[in-house]
Ligand binder design. Structure first.
Ligand SMILES: [Zn+2]
Length: 363
């Protein structure tokens, strides 16, 4: 996953003139056009732990006497992936999730961070928001998995009540490295708070995340079966750190209707046809993919190839804090190649793939 530069072959003729500027590892938009800011957005792939605004984590750290550093600026360096840490692979990226977990072991804090994440998304004109979260890594201080779920729902319900036109849903994640048995327990917890049991925000989907290598999707078949029978929408992180075979498995064995990242699909023509034929949506997270090395320096992001092949996509942030991004920036990255009405069209079509039931949506 680390980026490798190909040295010129010995004796190869060199081009005359100054060398072309090396493309940046992680492209950043120079500016966000106002028309892009104005697009009503659909966010289908955003993690709670990686998206807590830095000042919120800092406040909670200090409140609980846990702050590991003296200043907000130093805290920010610990929470946001730094330029020297980019391109070092998925596992290095996942290291950044360590500090937020110190404060998100307490009911009130989890409710508060969920609310703050939704509020920040709303300011980016997000109107349909699915956030995702693994309750099992929030139980170290004594919360039950059920409380760890209800606390997020409470924060999202507060956001919906205060922010006009916003609709939220929660996707429950099973961490792959905890294995298939824990995943089954989490699928049962997820359906016990399923959207069909709630008038307000409930659990709408099920996902697996974490280290892909060594934890293939096929191991989680029974967990997905439980989630499917419980009426949840199915997605899976796949093809971020593994090849197209992981995506095939997620579709054929787990029955997912959406794929998280899915970058390696563009290497497999038959898979691209399948994604297009069955209209399986790919949740694209551009900045995150360059940072983890899922997409290499200077390579165009696969989102454009998906669009050319008729594969539905959603424009997603993955982790606004860890990746130092937001919805406006992710959409501005498309602006050099797509007109604003095309970007708005992506969000309109993504709405149809949301796991939040249509009757709950307010816009
Ligand atoms: Zn993700």
């Amino acid at each position: 996953m680390t980026e490798t530069a190909t040295p010129p072959a010995a004796g190869a003729p060199t081009q005359a003139g100054p060398p072309a500027a090396r493309p940046k590892l992680v492209p950043r938009p120079e500016r966000v056009p106002d028309e892009v800011k104005a697009v009503a957005k659909v966010e289908l792939h955003q993690h709670v732990d990686g998206s807590i605004p830095v000042d919120v984590t800092w406040r909670l750290m200090r409140q609980h006497g846990l702050a590991p550093v003296e200043t907000l600026e130093d805290m920010e360096r610990l929470l946001v992936l730094q330029p020297e840490e980019e391109g070092a692979g998925l596992l290095k990226y996942l290291d950044k999730f360590h500090y937020p977990l110190w404060v998100t072991q307490f009911y009130e804090n989890v409710a508060e961070v969920a609310y703050e994440i939704a509020r920040a998304a709303y300011q980016q004109n997000v109107r349909l928001l699915e956030i995702r979260y693994s309750p099992i890594i929030h139980v170290y201080a004594g919360l039950s998995p059920r409380q760890a779920l209800v606390s997020v729902l409470e924060g999202l319900n507060r956001a919906e009540a205060e922010l006009e036109g916003l609709t939220c849903g929660l996707v429950v994640i099973a961490m792959r490295h905890m294995g298939p048995h824990i995943a089954k327990l989490l699928a049962r917890q997820a359906i016990s708070e399923g959207q069909s049991l709630h008038e307000r925000v409930g659990v709408v989907g099920f996902d697996i995340a974490g280290a892909e290598r060594g934890n293939p999707p096929r191991l989680f078949r029974e967990a997905y079966e439980i989630a499917r029978k419980g009426g949840l929408g199915l997605t899976a992180h796949a093809g971020e750190d593994e090849g197209p075979e992981a995506i095939w498995q997620a579709i054929d064995v787990l029955g997912v209707r959406r794929i998280g990242h899915g970058c390696s699909a563009v290497r497999d023509k038959a898979l691209m046809r399948r994604l297009a034929r069955d209209q399986i949506l790919v949740e694209c997270c551009q900045t995150s993919n360059y940072q983890t090395g899922a997409v290499g320096r200077g390579e165009p992001h696969p989102v454009f190839t998906f669009l050319e092949h008729g594969v539905p996509v959603a424009i997603c942030t993955d982790n606004t804090t860890v990746s130092g991004t937001d919805q406006n920036s992710e959409n501005a990255l498309l602006a050099p190649r797509l007109a604003v009405h095309e970007i708005a069209g992506i969000h309109d079509r993504a709405r149809a793939h949301s796991f939040i039931p249509a009757h709950r949506r307010r816009l």
